[in-house]
Design a protein around this ligand. Structure first.
Ligand code: DC
Length: 215
């Protein structure tokens, strides 16, 4: 790499619990880029509605909240709660909410020296001109197992069957919605972490990013 770094945007998409968060963090640390988990922006919008006792199905209201969101104040430990994820997937179907959040996400991606963004529509909608795109996936069973082990590892209680059923429902909602459904961009590199694990996925991704930077 030369001393003059180009503006780098790395897009990472995929379903829930596929490992895209870990992969994105590793890539952002490695390349010295900022990282945005765009799921947190949908979660923060939903939480603001829940906190104020406002309905989750009023699109204009949700969009107004989304427009006022401060991306620097996203707290993963609070926003990762299960009920917030459920509410987030309901506001994420609303085109006006998506428009507001996509605009904020693009602004984040535009700041030097670039960023890693992960979500569902980064390669397809938010940053279609990203330097490189990844689509990270794994079987629903493996994703449910990882989520289960993570909760138990943090001292919580978890039921594998209900986590699997939630993941399947979330997948159906994310891939089935009309606006910006979850799908791989045609030029995305597919990383299936079912067998290879996240460390191997990071190594594979790093080689692909290095090759893209050489070009
Ligand atoms: O990845 P997550 O579980 O934090 O995402 C929460 C919800 O937000 C999920 O239902 C998908 C949605 N989402 C989206 O529609 N587009 C994104 N870029 C990121 C998340």
């Amino acid at each position: 790499m030369t001393s003059e770094m180009p503006h780098i945007v790395i897009a990472v998409d995929g379903p829930a619990a596929a490992g895209k968060g870990t992969l994105s963090r590793r890539l952002s640390e490695h390349y010295g880029l900022r990282h945005l988990d765009t799921g947190l922006t949908y979660r923060a919008t939903a939480k603001a509605l829940l906190d104020r006792g406002l309905p989750l199905d009023d699109e204009d209201l949700a969009a107004e909240i989304a427009r006022g969101l401060d991306l620097s104040g996203l707290d993963r430990s609070v926003l990762s709660a299960h009920d917030i994820g459920e509410a987030a997937s309901r506001v994420a179907v609303m085109p006006k909410v998506r428009r507001a959040l996509v605009e904020a996400q693009r602004e984040f991606a535009g700041i030097e020296p670039g960023a890693v963004l992960d979500g569902r529509d980064i390669g397809t909608v938010v940053c279609p001109d990203a330097l490189i795109k990844f689509y990270v996936t794994a079987s629903p069973e493996v994703r449910a197992r990882r989520r289960h082990d993570e909760i138990v590892g943090n001292g919580g209680e978890a039921d594998l069957a209900s986590i699997l059923s939630d993941i399947e429902k979330r997948d159906a909602r994310d891939t089935g919605r009309a606006d910006s459904p979850l799908r791989p961009a045609p030029d995305a590199h597919l990383l299936d972490t079912t067998e290879m694990g996240i460390e191997a996925a990071f190594e594979a991704a790093r080689h692909l990013v290095d090759a893209a930077l050489e070009r």
